[in-house]
Design a protein. Structure first.
Length: 372
């Protein structure tokens, strides 16, 4: 990757000091929230577009990287999301899906990730002629080629019909029910993504109960663009993890805050927070003012993730370095990693290996996890 196409470390601000970047790079990472269609390598996207005869918004890697940088810093969710139509169209062959999944796992492994869960809405590829079953099989084949312990979360889009959302859940359950094979990635969870406002998760309560009964982990996007109450609603619907959840911070000073926090602790709910992405989509104004600070002080179980590495033009190490610069300590990030490993939907053995890697690193660095 050239310097011109390398992900930027922050949302329009100077790079963190070199010592923080080095610490962030050494940190073993647990990745729970990354959309495969938002995380392609720039070179891969350009190659796939050309292979399919599709127009690219720029003619070379450097210019295409700059195009995504401009979308990320436009301050508009609409502009930020423009790239997804491009990536979905480019990925719409089984070979491309497998390649993107493999490269995502290998890129995560190269920057010190010890466990990863990737997500995508496989039915997005059906209008391009790729059945959902074919898409999921190709994605799992790609993840399985990497040595990184990983799993796939199947997303459904909230604004789709009940029938389409049910089909996505059935697809997740179908692949989750397949026999486990050592070294092979499998479907580990289900997610409702897409626009929150006007598309309540409560509409799918029975379906979500069936997903949980089928043994799938359940994570729901909530409290990113809509109110913090949506996080509590997602928990009532059985969500073990929350994608983003930053608006929960708005409830911390409201009546009933202690009861809400007690529910999260009792249910062992974990928040998958994506700080830089939240800046790009308007969910937070700056890292200094990001709700992750208040949620961390309140004792909420959470960890940090990249969401869409291509769209936001950063990697997991850069996200960690940004948080270190914003005032979090190495001990804080260590604790977040341990909480992420515990909250993962991967099998116990993989979670323990990840936790052990974090503890070994902590001993080498002379760090202990922040007490909470």
């Amino acid at each position: 990757m050239s310097a011109a196409t390398a992900p930027t470390a922050a949302a329009g601000s100077p790079n963190p000091p070199a010592d923080l970047q080095r610490l962030a790079r050494r940190l073993p990472k647990v990745l729970l929230h990354e959309h495969l269609d938002g995380g392609l390598r720039v070179a891969t996207l350009l190659a796939l577009l050309r292979a399919r005869g599709l127009a690219a918004p720029a003619e070379d890697e450097e210019a295409l990287a700059a195009w995504f940088d401009a979308r990320a810093h436009a301050g508009s969710l609409e502009e930020y999301l423009r790239g997804f139509a491009l990536t979905v169209a480019a990925m719409a062959t089984p070979e491309a899906l497998e390649r993107v999944a493999f490269e995502a796992a290998e890129d995560a492994r190269a920057e010190g990730c010890v466990l990863a869960e990737f997500r995508i809405a496989p039915l997005l590829f059906e209008p391009h002629g790729i059945p959902g079953e074919v898409a999921v099989a190709a994605l799992l084949a790609g993840l399985s080629r990497s040595a990184l312990p990983s799993g796939l979360i199947v997303c459904a889009m909230r604004h789709e019909s009940d029938t389409q959302i049910g089909r996505a859940a059935d697809l997740a359950l179908q692949f989750h029910a397949q026999p486990e094979q050592a070294g092979t990635a499998r479907v580990v969870g289900f997610d409702l993504a897409g626009p929150e406002a006007g598309w309540p998760a409560t509409r799918h309560a029975a379906l979500l109960a069936r997903v949980r009964a089928g043994g799938l982990g359940l994570t729901l996007h909530a409290g990113e663009a809509d109110a913090g109450e949506q996080v509590l609603e997602a928990v009532r619907l059985g969500a073990q993890r929350i994608g983003h959840g930053v608006r929960l911070a708005d409830l911390l000073d409201a009546p009933g805050a202690n009861q809400a926090l007690a529910v999260l602790r009792r249910q062992q709910v974990h928040l998958e927070i994506c700080p830089t992405s939240n800046l790009h989509t308007g969910a937070a104004a700056s890292l200094a003012l990001h709700p992750i600070h208040a949620l961390w002080r309140a004792g909420v179980s959470l960890s940090f993730h990249t969401d869409n590495q291509l769209m936001s033009r950063l990697d997991h190490s850069a996200e960690a370095a940004n948080l270190l610069r914003a005032g979090f300590s190495g001990s804080d990030l260590l604790r977040m990693g341990l909480e992420a490993a515990e909250a993962s939907f991967l099998p116990e053995a993989a979670r323990q290996v990840a936790a052990d890697a974090l503890q070994v690193w902590a001993h080498q660095e002379g760090l202990t996890p922040t007490r909470r």
